[in-house]
Ligand binder design. Structure first.
Ligand code: 4NP
Length: 165
């Protein structure tokens, strides 16, 4: 059985990437691909290692039925490039951090989450980043969820078509 492994990457691993992880788990489950898509998340920064997701991210996610409380922050390492097929970053800053860490020959594994928004979803056409909600208000966390839901739907479709045939 073919499998694919995906690690979502943001700065702190307490807002955006745990949200993407939870959204992707639910969509993989709904698509009956939970045993084929291995899902994790990590941060490029080290400030929140071992910490649970931000309360505001947990609250916003809970309103949509996603539980983030069991997740804990961790920092991405060069070894993650061997463990994962795709490292899916939330913004260009994190793409750049991944490029600095990346072993030779592994750069193709680094992608931006918003690349996977389906063409039909014109809300997000041309949007390349999931913006950092940490220093903003509650609406930023809603936006993160909206973007993760749209892009993870596209990511599941891409994986099903290209990898899990
Ligand atoms: P995240 O958000 O990268 O989506 O987890 C942030 C969390 C913490 C910080 C920045 C962004 N921080 O500066 O501590």
């Amino acid at each position: 059985m073919k499998t694919v492994s995906v690690c979502f990457v943001c700065l702190g691993n307490i807002c955006r990437s745990p949200t993407a992880e939870a959204v992707m788990r639910r969509l993989a489950d709904e698509a009956k691909l939970a045993d084929r898509i291995l899902i994790d998340s990590a941060g490029t920064g080290d400030w929140h290692i071992g910490a649970p997701p931000d309360e505001r991210a947990q609250y916003a996610a809970r309103q949509r039925g996603y539980a983030l409380d069991a997740l804990r922050g961790r920092q991405i390492t060069a070894a993650d490039f061997a463990r994962f097929d795709l490292l899916v970053a939330m913004d260009e800053r994190n793409v750049a951090a991944l490029h600095r860490l990346c072993p030779p020959g592994q750069r193709d594994k680094i992608r931006l989450l918003m690349e996977f928004v389906p063409d039909a979803d014109d809300r997000w056409t041309g949007t390349r980043e999931v913006a950092d909600p940490y220093f903003g208000g509650a609406d930023g966390f809603e936006l993160v969820l909206d973007q993760c839901e749209a892009a993870c739907r596209g990511l599941i479709a891409a994986l099903r078509a290209q990898v899990l045939k």
